[in-house]
Design a protein around this ligand. Structure first.
Ligand SMILES: Cc1cc2nc3c(=O)[nH]c(=O)nc-3n(C[C@H](O)[C@H](O)[C@H](O)COP(=O)(O)OP(=O)(O)OC[C@H]3O[C@@H](n4cnc5c(N)ncnc54)[C@H](O)[C@@H]3O)c2cc1C
Length: 693
């Protein structure tokens, strides 16, 4: 014990003497006064007993390490909107006004602010995602509107088309002269894209495709930019080619086509196109989602986005990919950028919420020991429990998504097959895991701020409503997690069937090796705090859980498929499969966090990050302690120690919570919640001023 150490050597100077005396007084006071009912004092006792070293975090140094490569462009975005108060979204605004404002914001940013996101979609995706995050924190509707224009509409033209499309459309998309839509979803088919029914039939006589909506279920639904602003749409439709005898047609699968929907000059809806408004939504009302029906709309053959499949003048189909399913996978694979962007932006939303809730919890005081000043609500163990693991997860997600963005950027440059596979699996898993976590956390943050969290001006309501749909679009989370589980099982099966691995994805292969290398369940006993805080123990625990889930679900699937068939067996094991995917993603997140701690050059920042990382790991383990106990991976006394240490780390993180949230480096004019301003003394003033006092 620290105290005994100093005593036996004796104090070396007057400062040490004073510290020693203080500690003794504190300890004696605490021993004389029972502390069980006072969490603040109990933990103070631990600090005095020397179990905890105070960490001096420099917000600036930590922030420097945290900020991605593209902070400068984010600051340009913030500065532009800060200089244009008329472009800031007011708290109360009608749907129609919000849509117009959102369009003005986008056009203003691009044409006046000089920020050209589309160029970065192609040349520097990391920079594009940084802009998207910044723009989303100005107004999430604007973030999504920008995503529709550049990542979905623009991205489909660039990634699914060829040079002729790029030459013709790039500038118009870039400067928003060509506002466009991404029309994939239909009324009857959302997640199941292969079931789309819109058709594009080739007419060899006129060298055109004829786009048709064959029934009401095939009406394109939820299409961003369609209700008001869009001039073009990338329409996903089944390509139909006349058979040789011209008596019938062959279905070549889903392809993408550029379809003009409004006149370039008059903005009137073009003949054969019918557009309706999807109406007022739960959130994101700055985005004009609409429904599109096509009645024999003719487009030139050149409007087929023909990177993965083309039709010649005489109606012959060519493709470098041999099957419909391979072409379909390649087409969807190119659209993965939207998912990467959503995962990244969701962390941005979580940061804003955590900043507001943490600052307010430090400032707000309620109750306290008798006849003593009230204590900050963040001194309550329950409040720490609500917010500190969330703060830790925000850090964890930050590093995980930075890694994802890096991998995505590499993939776009190299077109390396291994990377494509990794990015597909990671973006699906991280998008699903992070957006679900953020959605739940937004409610927790609102509640953690009591009544003031319910004031619209403090933002939780709009953040929650706007972000909620992140769980559904760009792939429903439940569906995406199943893709991750499917990929893991594919690796697993191939590993066990021997022979050569056909899935050569680097990260999945490494993960599989680490999962399969996990030892058999041996009750690992509680040794010491150091053991629990050892990254090897933490990673092994995460990987062991994943490995066990993987092996057990593989056995169950095999067993059930004999009686229920493949589809039935999958459905019987569905919850198990989802847990497997989440567990795999948590292992990845922890791995990246541990790496980020190790690579941090500044000692104090590293110590702070290590603390936060330990909290993330132990909180997750405790969260799933039933699983670990069921298989006796941790003994009962070790489980208890994990729980105690997780609580204790919550307290330690709370002690540096202000610095940790400041390190996200979000100016007040970005967080924009009076209860969450950086200078605590101004919080109530701003709030009351806002109410007109
Ligand atoms: C605001 C907004 C904007 C949008 N913008 C666009 C756009 O610009 N362009 C575009 O093309 N689309 C857009 N969409 C559509 C969006 O992509 C779809 O809503 C999404 O893909 C989900 O499809 P769905 O709505 O049909 O849900 P469904 O697939 O019907 O899902 C409903 C429920 O069923 C569950 N479910 C479905 N399949 C399975 C399964 N296999 N296993 C287990 N559970 C399952 C899901 O988990 C979910 O809980 C937008 C949607 C919204 C709401």
């Amino acid at each position: 014990m620290e105290l005994q150490k100093i005593s036996s050597k004796g104090p070396r100077n007057s400062e040490e003497t004073a510290e020693l005396v203080n500690r003794r007084i504190n300890l004696l006071t605490l021993h004389l006064n029972p502390v069980q009912d006072n969490p603040v004092q109990e933990l103070e006792l631990l600090r005095c007993a020397g179990k905890m070293k105070a960490i001096n975090v420099s917000t600036e140094t930590l922030s420097e390490y945290m900020r991605g490569k593209h902070r400068d462009i984010q600051e340009e975005v913030f500065a532009y909107f800060n200089s244009r108060p008329e472009l800031q979204t007011p708290i109360e605004i009608s749907k129609d006004e919000h849509r117009e404002l959102c369009m003005k914001q986008l056009v203003g940013l691009v044409r006046e602010g000089g920020i050209r996101p589309f160029r970065y979609v192609v040349d520097d995706p990391a920079k594009y995602f940084a802009i998207a995050e910044a723009v989303g924190s100005v107004d999430m509707s604007l973030g999504i509107k920008m995503g529709v224009q550049y990542s979905l509409w623009g991205g489909s033209v660039i990634n699914l088309g060829t040079k002729k499309h790029r030459d013709k459309y790039f500038d118009g998309i870039d400067n928003v002269d060509y506002p466009g839509c991404f029309a994939m979803t239909e009324l009857h088919h959302g997640s199941n894209v292969q079931g789309l029914q819109t058709v594009a039939t080739f007419d060899p006589l006129t060298d055109e495709f004829i786009i048709d909506t064959p029934n009401d279920g095939a009406i394109k639904w939820w299409i961003g930019n369609a209700a008001v602003h869009g001039k073009f749409a990338t329409v996903f439709a089944r390509l139909m080619l006349p058979t040789h005898d011209t008596k019938g047609v062959t279905d070549m699968g889903v392809h993408a086509f550029i379809v003009p929907i409004r006149d370039m000059k008059t903005h009137k809806t073009l003949p054969g196109v019918e557009i309706h408004d999807c109406g007022h939504k739960v959130g994101l009302n700055g985005v004009d989602n609409g429904a599109l029906r096509f009645r024999s709309v003719r487009i030139p053959r050149d409007n087929l986005l023909n990177r993965f499949g083309d039709v010649s003048r005489d109606g012959r189909y060519t493709s470098s990919l041999p099957t419909i399913s391979k072409r379909f996978a390649a087409t969807l694979g190119e659209l993965v950028g939207g998912r990467v962007g959503l995962a990244y932006s969701s962390v941005g939303v979580l940061k804003i919420a955590v900043v507001i809730a943490t600052r307010y919890s430090l400032l707000r005081q309620q109750f306290g020991p008798p006849k003593q000043p009230e204590v900050s609500i963040l001194d309550y163990q329950s409040q720490q429990h609500k917010l500190m693991p969330m703060l830790a997860s925000t850090y964890a997600f930050h590093f995980a998504t930075l890694h994802l963005v890096e991998k995505y950027s590499e993939m776009k440059k190299s077109h390396d097959e291994e990377l494509i596979g990794d990015v597909h699996a990671l973006s699906a898993g991280l998008k699903a895991y992070i957006t679900s976590y953020t959605a739940k956390s937004l409610s927790t943050c609102r509640e953690a701020c009591g009544g003031h969290g319910y004031a619209a001006v403090n933002r939780f309501g709009s953040l929650r409503n706007d972000h909620d749909i992140f769980q559904t679009f760009e792939g429903d989370n439940t569906v995406l997690l199943q893709q991750v589980a499917g990929l893991l099982l594919k690796q697993y099966r191939e590993k066990f069937q021997g022979g050569t691995l056909t899935v050569t994805w680097n990260y999945l292969r490494q993960s599989m090796n680490s999962y399969l290398a996990q030892p058999n369940p041996v009750t690992a006993r509680w040794e010491s705090e150091d053991h629990l805080r050892n990254p090897n123990f933490q990673l092994d625990a995460f990987r062991y859980r994943t490995s066990r889930l993987l092996q057990s679900v593989a056995i169950r699937l095999q067993k059930h498929s004999k009686t229920l068939g493949g589809f039935g067996a999958w459905n019987r094991c569905l919850n198990h499969l989802l847990t497997l995917a989440e567990s795999h993603i948590e292992s990845f997140i922890l791995e990246k966090f541990i790496e980020a701690v190790k690579n941090c050059p500044d000692e104090n920042s590293r110590a702070a990050l290590k603390l936060v990382c330990d909290l993330y790991a132990l909180d997750r383990i405790w969260n799933d302690i039933g699983t670990y106990r069921n298989v006796d991976y941790v003994a009962p006394n070790k489980a208890k120690a994990i729980h105690k240490l997780a609580d204790y780390l919550c307290f330690q993180v709370k002690n540096i919570a202000r610095e940790l949230v400041d390190a996200f480096d979000l100016p007040d004019y970005v967080t924009r919640a009076p209860i969450g301003v950086q200078t605590p003394s101004e919080a109530y003033t701003q709030y009351t001023q806002n109410a007109g006092f």
